[in-house]
Ligand binder design. Structure first.
Ligand SMILES: NC(=O)c1ccc[n+]([C@@H]2O[C@H](COP(=O)([O-])OP(=O)(O)OC[C@H]3O[C@@H](n4cnc5c(N)ncnc54)[C@H](OP(=O)(O)O)[C@@H]3O)[C@@H](O)[C@H]2O)c1
Length: 350
C-alpha cells in the first residue's frame, strides 16, 4: 500500500457518500517515519505524507504509542528475503514502520461494527510510527482505561507470539516444567508471565543484569546464561521455548524431558542458506524424534487479543517497557532492537 489518498478506493467512496468524519480526513497530511528503500535505520526519516485511507473493514486511528519488535527490523531491511513477499519485492510498499499501536479511533470503515470514533483501542496495524494509522477491525480491541498507552502498544505482536507459543505450540498445562530462553526479551517477558498463568513451573534463561527482572515476572527459577549452560546435565523440561536459538537442536534436546516439546522461535542470528536450514530442521527431524520439535507462525486475531486485554485489565499480564522514544527517534529505537539486548519492549510515543 502506497500512502497516498486513493480516490478510487471503494472504502473512500462509501465514506464520502455518508459525509462522516472521514470526509474531513481526505487529503490531510500527517507526520510519519518513512523509508523509500530497504536498508539500515538511517533510511527511516521524518516526513510529511498523506494520511492513509480507511477501507471498509478498517479503522483509522490517531496513534498515541507504537510498539516495535524484531519484525520491524526485518521489514526495514527487507531481510530475511521472504519478508519481501509481504512488504514489497524491490522496495517497501508502504515504508512506515510499526505493526503495533495504541490510540484513539478517528473514523471507521463502512463494515466496522465494534468501534466508533473516540474509542481507545490497541492492536496490530501497518505503519504505526505515524500520527495516524489504519488497522483491520479484527486485529483491534478496546484499551482498558487503566492501561497506559505505552503499555497497551507494547502488547500485541510480542504477547500474541508468547501466547501462541505457550498455549498452542507448547500446550503448557499445570505442573509442566517450562524453560524460556531469552526470558528478558520482548516475547520472553510475556512468555514467562503466560507460562505462570497456565500453571507451569517456569525457569527463565537470561543474563546477570536481568535475573531480578525475570524473577519479578514470576519465574520460579532463573539461569544466568553467562554463568550456566542449560543444555548441560541438570533439570529436564516438558516445554522449552527458545527465543534465541544460539544452541544446536541436539544440545537443546538434551534439556528436554523424554516426550518434551521444543519450540524454536528465532528469526535472527543467521542468514541465507544457514537460516533456511535452521528454520526447516526441526520440522524435518520432528517426525523421527521422540521429542516434539515445533516452529510456529503467530497471526493476530480478535479472540486472543481480547484474552490479552482481559489479562492486562486484571493485572495478570504486565508489559515490561525497556525504553520509550519520540517519533523522530524511531531509528534509534530500531537500532536498539537490532542490538539484540532489549529488556522487554521498545515503544515510540506520540
Ligand atoms: N513465531 C512467531 O510468529 C514470532 C513472532 C514474533 C517474534 N518471533 C521471534 O521471536 C524472537 C524473539 O523476539 P524478541 O522480541 O523477544 O527479541 P528481543 O526482545 O530482541 O530479545 C532480546 C533479549 O534476548 C536476550 N538474550 C540475548 N542473548 C541471549 C542468550 N544467549 N540467552 C538468553 N537470552 C539472551 C537479551 O538479554 P541480554 O541483553 O541480557 O543478553 C534481551 O533481553 C525473534 O527472533 C523473533 O523473530 C517469532
Amino acid at each position: 500500500m502506497r500512502c497516498e489518498p486513493d480516490l478510487h478506493s471503494e472504502g473512500l467512496q462509501c465514506k464520502l457518500s455518508d459525509m462522516g468524519t472521514l470526509g474531513q480526513h481526505i487529503g490531510r497530511s500527517m507526520r510519519a517515519m518513512m523509508q523509500y528503500e530497504y536498508g539500515p535505520p538511517d533510511l527511516v526519516t521524518l516526513r510529511e505524507i498523506p494520511q492513509p485511507v480507511v477501507k471498509d473493514s478498517e479503522v483509522l486511528i490517531r496513534v498515541r504509542a507504537a510498539g516495535l519488535h524484531v519484525g520491524d527490523c526485518f521489514a526495514m531491511r527487507g531481510s530475511p528475503f521472504p519478508v519481501r513477499l509481504m512488504t514489497g519485492l524491490r522496495k517497501p510498499k508502504y515504508g512506515v514502520p510499526g505493526m503495533d499501536l495504541a490510540g484513539q479511533v478517528v473514523t471507521v470503515g463502512r463494515m466496522v461494527t465494534r468501534f466508533r470514533p473516540g474509542d481507545e483501542v490497541f492492536g496490530c496495524c501497518m505503519g504505526a510510527c505515524a500520527e495516524v494509522a489504519c488497522a483491520a477491525e479484527a486485529t483491534l480491541v478496546q484499551k482498558p482505561a487503566s492501561v497506559p498507552w505505552q503499555q497497551a502498544a507494547a502488547v500485541p505482536t510480542s504477547a500474541l507470539a508468547a501466547l501462541h507459543a505457550i498455549r498452542d505450540a507448547g500446550k503448557v498445562a499445570p505442573g509442566h516444567r517450562v524453560l524460556i530462553v531469552g526470558a528478558s526479551g520482548g516475547v520472553g517477558t510475556f512468555a514467562v508471565q503466560l507460562a505462570r498463568f497456565f500453571g507451569a513451573e517456569v525457569t527463565g534463561v537470561c543474563s546477570s543484569r536481568n535475573l531480578e527482572l525475570v524473577r519479578s515476572l514470576g519465574a520460579h527459577h532463573v539461569i544466568d546464561y553467562t554463568q550456566e549452560d542449560f543444555t548441560k546435565p541438570g533439570p529436564r523440561y516438558d516445554v522449552i521455548l527458545d527465543n534465541i536459538e544460539n544452541r544446536s537442536l541436539a544440545e537443546c534436546r538434551r534439556a528436554l524431558a523424554p516426550s518434551g516439546t521444543l519450540i524454536c522461535n528465532s528469526g535472527t542470528g543467521a542468514s541465507g542458506m544457514a537460516m533456511a536450514v535452521r528454520l526447516l530442521k526441526p520440522l524435518v527431524v520432528s517426525p523421527f524424534a521422540r521429542h516434539n520439535l515445533r516452529r510456529y507462525l503467530s497471526e493476530p486475531n480478535f479472540k486472543d487479543l481480547d484474552l490479552l486485554k482481559k489479562l492486562l485489565e486484571s493485572r495478570k499480564l504486565s508489559p515490561v517497557i525497556d525504553r520509550a522514544y519520540s517519533l523522530d527517534e524511531t531509528p534509534d529505537a530500531l537500532r536498539h532492537i537490532e542490538g539484540g539486548h532489549a529488556r522487554g519492549k521498545v515503544v515510540v510515543t506520540l
